[in-house]
Design a protein. Structure first.
Length: 512
């Protein structure tokens, strides 16, 4: 939400129309981001001066000021001084009183010298600390924006509409997600009723006092409600606005307002369409790696970095969770680095240089031209243009998988002798904490591999005596079930038989 003084509305035709930012305002949004990024480490006064210059260049100073107001929420300002300012002022004022006041530069210098001697420091340190805690003297120590320029436009429009709802006395909403809407209304302790209109059912929302008198007391709750409304795929909102005693109507639709980072009716929280598109396509694969959205933060020097994704290795048959593999819970982090300002790129490169010792794959927009720099930091790089190719990422994960299998296989003995007469390879792999592929070089001197199952020769001999040509397939399968053998085709072939099919209902065991 914005402050009321930044509200931009048109009252043309007796209505109440928020003046939303458009695609043409994107350069101004990008410049506002750049101003904050360039002034990290500088005084707030210098930042304010640069923002004032940006306002003077803009067609509408309220729009520029609105962008700055939103971005300031991601800014961290600190008092940076050699001494605590309050302590420095007290010492300086006491020193000034001792000399009867300060009316000249020489008297000021003498007072600073006396204060410095009292505090055991230098006059320069006292002087620079006197007003360091004033707001204009505070330093922009960190700025980590949550929005791209496009998302800043969307957030501005959402905030502008929320501010316009401050003076609402009644709100009517038609939504494609009425369940979420009603849940939010109840959470905000607002009154509502469902009305049947020609266009369908509408939720009419008022404050608890609306039955008795018009009130603007619940405007803030209406503004908060809009965020839930805007996450639906299709919606329309009309609000009755108390505009300085005159009643006006405001209409909003899903074409006007959206929630940054949330695709309508899709998974929320993605920072970009590139991320959302990649996640949707990767999750459609039948793959031994599980995609995790926004995993745990990684330490990068004095700050942290939250990668976009992580991949957990989880093969369907036989994992790497056992102690024998030595690679428990293997995770590869994945960051998508798209186009942004030069300042953002430099910050991201700094994070990648300082990130803790983890496996990290970085998909880099080729237009940035920093792939080699990232690779030099011992991270794997996947270049992309437009969208990240799932195949390129899968190829990298296959390389990790090959290494994991090799590492796991190295922990195994040359030969294994399972106690069971019949046991699946997957069960052996799971018992030793490795993947099935890691068993490729292992010998099983007391078993024979039939299909994907290890079987002792004595069992095969018994099966050979019980199964003979001319028996039905169902009878043969019943015998195999006793031994826990479910791959009838492989076992019958090993015994020298094949199945002569009789339509789709069954078959007869015959000699090859």
């Amino acid at each position: 939400m914005l402050t009321k003084d930044l509200l931009r509305v048109s009252r043309a035709g007796g209505g109440y129309h928020p003046q939303f930012a458009t695609r043409g305002d994107r350069p101004l949004a990008a410049k506002a981001l750049g101003v904050f990024q360039r002034h990290v480490g500088e005084r707030r006064a210098d930042l304010d001066e640069a923002l004032s210059a940006l306002e003077s260049e803009a067609d509408d100073f309220k729009l520029a000021r609105g962008f700055a107001s939103l971005l300031e929420r991601d800014a961290v300002f600190e008092t940076q001084a050699p001494l605590p300012p309050v302590r420095a002022r007290r010492a300086a004022f006491e020193a000034a009183m001792e000399v009867g006041g300060v009316t000249s530069p020489d008297e000021r210098a003498a007072a600073l010298d006396s204060a410095a001697e009292t505090l055991g420091t230098t006059p320069e340190a006292v002087d620079s600390s006197l007003v360091a805690d004033r707001e204009v003297e505070q330093v922009l120590s960190d700025f980590d924006p949550r929005w791209t320029p496009d998302e800043l436009l969307a957030q501005y429009n959402l905030s502008l509409a929320q501010t316009a709802l401050f003076d609402a006395t009644e709100v009517r909403v038609r939504s494609s997600d009425p369940k979420a809407l009603v849940s939010a209304v109840k959470r905000l302790k607002l009154m509502y009723e469902i009305e049947q209109t020609d266009a369908g059912r509408a939720v009419v929302v008022t404050g608890p006092d609306a039955l008795f008198q018009r009130t603007r007391r619940y405007g803030t709750a209406f503004a908060r409600l809009l965020r839930t409304v805007a996450t639906a795929g299709d919606w329309r909102l009309t609000a009755t606005i108390d505009d300085r005693g005159r009643e006006r109507e405001m209409a909003l639709t899903s074409d006007d307002v959206a929630v940054p980072g949330v695709e309508p009716m899709a998974e929320p929280g993605f920072d970009s369409d590139v991320e959302a598109d990649f996640a949707a396509r990767f999750r459609g694969l039948d793959f031994d790696w599980k995609l995790v959205r926004e995993p745990e933060p990684l330490q990068t020097g004095t700050s942290v970095m939250i990668p976009d994704f992580a991949f957990d290795y989880a093969p369907a048959s036989g994992g790497l969770s056992g102690s024998a593999s030595g690679r428990a819970d293997f995770r590869v982090f994945f960051e998508i680095m798209g186009f942004w300002t030069p300042e953002y790129v430099e910050k991201k490169l700094g994070q990648l240089a300082d990130v803790e010792d983890v496996e990290l794959v970085v998909a880099v927009d080729e237009s940035l031209g920093v792939g080699e720099e990232i690779a030099a930091r011992d991270h794997r790089v996947v270049p992309y243009t437009g969208s990240v190719r799932v195949k390129d990422v899968v190829d990298v994960l296959r390389e990790y998988e090959t290494d994991l299998v090799a590492d796991a296989a190295a922990t195994l003995p040359d030969a294994l002798v399972p106690d069971e007469d019949v046991i699946a390879l997957a069960a052996v792999a799971e018992a030793h904490g490795v993947s099935v592929d890691a068993l490729d070089g292992v010998l099983f001197p007391e078993h024979e591999l039939v299909g994907r199952t290890l079987v002792r020769p004595s069992v095969l001999d018994e099966l050979g005596e019980e199964i003979e040509a001319g028996r039905s397939l169902s009878e043969a399968e019943a015998v195999l079930d006793v031994w826990g053998l479910d791959d009838a085709s492989a076992v019958l072939s090993r015994l020298g038989y094949r199945v002569e099919w009789e339509g789709l209902t069954g078959g007869t065991v015959t000699e090859k």
